[in-house]
Design a protein around this ligand. Structure first.
Ligand code: NAI
Length: 468
């Protein structure tokens, strides 16, 4: 029996696409090489890291933050294996959830490595090397991404001393010292986890700012907050070598603006210098699927590759490598294959860094608006002036809203603060509907909430905030 759709890869892009297509009445199968569904995000990415970020934050807060609230406890004791077991249980419940949803939606799952055999055919090869050919009208490539390593530097990742994010989720003991290569999202999230658990963490970053691409004011203030938490930064520093040495490793870096190279020793080195599209073994070149210069699968405005009936989405194609971007693409592709008008609004994709405080943003940064020559106005509001934040001792950070100078339409929103990752969505919805800062500022917000700072920042954008 031929399928309407076979999806290769069951990360957030692939599994959502499969479920949506099944909901729309298509006969769907998925191919997955891992033993469990959910891809990097559920197995070794977003979900396990959030379990460790939450648990390590509770540990840190108990030791440092609750005394001022009148809660006195003796120093908390870390049971790392229990914390890791919590992470593993979180992963299991999520990957099991996807398996349940596949069954519920009557999606057939094939275990093994998928390969595209041209129009209308794919194959799956299992662990024993047995190959099965499957006929299908459409194929979606949703194979995600893999650790990129350090560009131009030979590094042997052993996942114990020199680790990627995968090893960073499973260290058996807290290292005394950790060097993080790359001050991007993975470096700062996992660096925070091990710093809270007691490691002395140093982040070495090529750019002269952390979280490159984020609003400049946000990343500057956020870096100060992380420094206060004890994380050291070497910015404008290009890592040129990472080698094992004794029980640990040595990291060599050169100042980007010139000067002498320096070396830091560490018990563990986390390589967090980006990810690259994963297309190994898919047979794309043989099938005539065109790739772009950066090794991504090239797609048209409807997610179709150069071969009719073969689509691609998520980390393997252009755009930010974010699970929720892939999910939205999964829905759009399923709709397109089912004959509907699938669409993703790439101007309104939020992004969140799950540190403490969180950093969240949507739309344009101030730097992007300047570069594009768009006249804009800015409204800001600090959490120090928010009653709820004071009550919870969570006054670090601020909300910043950017709106078109003439029309007042909101073009970007940036939040550093406790719960920023939840609050960003009201700005996201507003932007999706083309709303103005006045719309947001005139929307009633419950009191007392952290979200009132979003309303006040909107008031500051079109006129004046009340509480400042
Ligand atoms: P990234 O691209 O965010 O950051 C990598 C950093 O490494 C950059 O700042 C870069 O300048 C730096 N770098 C590169 N070469 C270097 C060198 N030789 N020396 C020093 N620094 C160097 O990549 P990251 O953090 O590995 O994340 C990979 C992907 O996963 C990203 O696309 C990210 O958006 C996604 N992700 C998203 C999360 C979230 O949304 N919360 C969580 C984790 C990952």
């Amino acid at each position: 029996m031929a399928y309407d759709l076979i999806v290769i890869g069951t990360g957030p892009g692939g599994y959502v696409c499969a479920i949506k297509a099944a909901q729309l009445g298509l006969k769907v199968g998925v191919i997955e090489k891992r033993a469990t569904y959910g891809g990097t995000c559920l197995n070794i990415g977003c979900i396990p890291s959030k379990a460790l970020l939450h648990a390590s934050e509770v540990f840190h807060q108990t030791g440092h933050g609750i005394d001022a609230l009148g809660v006195e406890v003796s120093a908390p004791k870390l049971n790392l294996s229990k914390m890791l077991a919590h992470k593993d249980a979180t992963v299991k419940s999520n990957v099991d959830g996807v398996a349940f949803l596949f069954k519920k939606n009557k999606i057939d799952a094939f275990q093994g490595t998928g390969k595209v055999l041209g129009e209308g055919k794919v194959s799956v090869t299992n662990d024993k090397g047995e190959e099965q050919v499957i006929e299908t009208k459409n194929v979606v490539i949703a194979t995600g991404s893999d650790v990129a390593g350090i560009p131009g530097v030979e590094v042997e990742i052993d996942e114990t001393v020199i680790i990627s994010s995968t090893g960073g989720l499973a260290l058996e003991k807290v290292p005394a010292t950790m060097v993080v290569v790359g001050g991007g999202v993975i470096g700062l999230e996992l660096g925070s986890v091990w710093s809270r658990l007691g490691a002395k963490v140093t982040v070495v970053e090529y750019l002269d700012t952390i979280l490159g691409g984020m609003d400049g004011e946000v990343s500057k203030q956020f870096q100060r907050m992380l420094a206060k938490q004890g994380i050291d930064f070497k910015l404008g520093a290009k890592v040129t070598g990472v080698v094992k040495s004794g029980k640990g490793a040595k990291v060599t870096y050169e100042p980007v603006k010139g000067g002498d190279a320096a070396t830091i020793d560490a018990d563990v080195v986390l390589i967090a210098t980006g990810r690259k599209p994963f297309t190994d073994g898919l047979g794309l070149a043989e099938a005539g699927v065109v790739m772009d210069k950066r090794g991504r699968v090239e797609i048209d405005g409807h997610f179709q590759t150069s071969v009719t009936g073969i689509y691609a989405l998520g980390d393997v194609v252009r755009g930010p490598m974010l699970a929720h971007k892939a999910e939205d693409e999964g829905v759009a592709v399923a709709e397109i294959i089912a004959g509907q008008a699938g669409h993703v609004n790439y101007d309104v994709i939020p992004s969140v860094v799950y540190t403490q405080p969180e950093v969240a943003s949507v739309g344009k940064t101030e730097e992007e608006l300047k570069a594009a020559g768009i006249a804009y106005k800015v409204g800001k509001f600090p959490f120090t002036a928010n009653g709820r934040a004071r009550a919870m001792l969570q006054t670090d950070g601020f909300v910043k809203i950017l709106a078109d100078k003439d029309t007042d339409r909101v073009l970007g929103g940036h939040i550093v603060g406790f719960g920023a990752g939840e609050m960003i969505h009201e700005i996201t919805v507003l932007m999706e509907f083309g709303g103005s800062s006045e719309d947001l500022g005139r929307t009633c917000h419950a009191h007392p909430t952290m979200s009132e700072a979003v309303k006040e920042a909107a008031l500051a954008t079109f006129f004046k905030p009340i509480h400042m």
